[in-house]
Design a protein around this ligand. Structure first.
Ligand SMILES: NC(=O)C1=CN([C@@H]2O[C@H](COP(=O)(O)OP(=O)(O)OC[C@H]3O[C@@H](n4cnc5c(N)ncnc54)[C@H](O)[C@@H]3O)[C@@H](O)[C@H]2O)C=CC1
Ligand SMILES: O=C(O)C(=O)[C@H](O)COP(=O)(O)O
Length: 379
């Protein structure tokens, strides 16, 4: 079989070469012409896939090695008889570690203890659910908003407007949807942005258009008390540099960019393709995941528990590094296209592993052990 794939999918050869011939292409450039004799198309989030792209081609399987599916025309592809697979939850842990790093950084900058802030989580699925679980285990109070789950009769959810007025931090983890009662396009519009509490922190690592970026820029001009962390941008790969300058933290859509998250995405789509072919899937990350970046941290006796946790989290992922690289690449381009520089940062992203790949050695007591375990570290 002929597999056309985004060149940024790791372990493509290891997983897919046994199934057929692979053609690697830049995700944003995959065109109808590239697919004339392709049987399967493997993408990440930057390739828009609809029936027009596949019309008249033999492609019968589309797999996206990502959680989000807003770049796929799901109803259109289903109607065209194409099997579609995504990778639910693959990089959810990476996003949670990004949010923790934002909390640590904003805490340091404002002098407000992140563990004492009430966090509102908007969208409580794979990412939001894990974030709620982790924060609660770390002793942070969370309020949850998920109208689709609430409509199924599940308890424990509050309306978005209640989160905005009662929470010190709002973190968005919804899919991007444009239709229906719970559509998330501009979910945070001008009216909701002005309702944020004084001194609130707003974090968006879902999709750019979930926040009205134009309105956000205007609100930030009036509300310097707000601290905003954006990983996703309404027009990405084009970035509004004036908005970036008003944000406390900015990154190029890399919240979930741990190596582990990307590898799980590849493995999940390998399994889905094998299933669609009616074949067994003998390969797995158990044998294919690399050792690189796995680490051991050692702390001297007498290290306070919260300091130990924060140092360990910083070692695993420090959003300040991504923010600095992003500003250095974007801000000189104000008024010009940022697309190439945005994609270059993502393509050349540094190796990043997740907390379970890092062993923390210390001789502290139960408190430190419980905090580290809550964050997912090995001991
Ligand atoms: N920045 C990044 O690197 C990454 C971004 N993402 C984005 O995060 C999104 C969420 O990921 P998951 O949690 O894995 O998805 P998920 O599908 O497991 O959970 C999404 C949750 O949002 C809820 N929801 C839908 N509409 C809502 C609304 N109007 N208000 C509140 N809740 C609503 C759903 O009921 C569901 O429980 C993805 O769709 C993707 O766009 C995901 C991974 C990485
Ligand atoms: O999984 C998702 O959803 C994401 O947003 C991905 O982390 C985005 O990765 P790329 O597709 O942009 O490489």
């Amino acid at each position: 079989m002929h597999i056309v794939a985004d060149e940024n999918i790791p372990l493509l050869d290891a997983f897919f070469a046994p199934l057929g011939r692979i053609t690697r292409l830049a995700g944003r450039q995959i065109s109808h012409q590239d697919l004339t004799d392709a049987d399967a198309l493997l993408v990440r989030s930057v390739t828009r896939v609809d029936p027009q792209l596949l019309a008249g081609t033999p492609v019968r399987f589309v797999g996206t090695c990502t959680i989000g599916t807003d770049h796929l025309d799901l109803p259109g592809l289903a109607a065209a008889g194409v099997t579609v697979a995504s990778a639910p939850g693959c990089n959810a842990r990476g996003v949670v570690e990004y949010v923790l790093s934002c909390l640590l950084t904003l805490s340091e900058r404002t002098g407000q203890d992140w563990r004492a802030r009430r966090v509102g989580i908007v969208g409580v699925g794979e990412v939001g659910g894990r974030l709620a679980h982790t924060l609660t285990a770390l002793g942070v109070e969370c309020l949850l908003c998920d109208p689709p789950r609430a409509a199924l009769g599940e308890a424990g959810f509050a309306p978005l407007d209640q989160l905005l007025t009662e929470c010190d931090v709002i973190s968005c983890h919804v899919p991007l949807t444009r239709t229906g009662a719970d559509a998330t396009w501009h979910l945070l519009d001008a009216g909701r942005l002005v309702a944020l509490r004084p001194g609130a922190w707003l974090i968006n690592s879902s999709r750019g258009p979930v926040i009205d970026n134009h309105a956000l820029k205007a609100v930030l001009a009036q509300r310097p008390d707000l601290q905003v962390a954006l990983d996703v941008w309404e027009q990405e790969p084009q970035v509004d540099c004036a908005l970036l300058q008003r944000c406390a933290l900015g990154t190029p859509h890399i919240a979930g960019y741990s190596l582990d998250g990307k590898l799980r995405g590849t493995e999940q789509i390998y399994r889905a393709l094998c299933a669609s072919l009616g074949q067994s899937a003998p390969l797995s990350l158990d044998s294919l995941a690399p050792e690189a970046g796995r680490a051991q941290l050692q702390f001297a006796a007498g290290t306070p528990a919260q300091w130990l946790l924060e140092r360990s989290l910083r070692q695993v992922y420090d959003v300040r590094d991504d923010d600095a690289r992003f500003r250095a690449a974007m801000l000189p381009l104000a008024g010009q296209s940022t697309a190439q520089a945005f994609d270059a940062l993502r393509k050349g992203y540094p190796l990043r592993r997740e907390c379970p790949e890092v062993e923390v050695r210390h001789s502290e007591g139960e408190d430190a052990a419980a905090l580290l375990a809550a964050a997912g570290f090995r001991r």
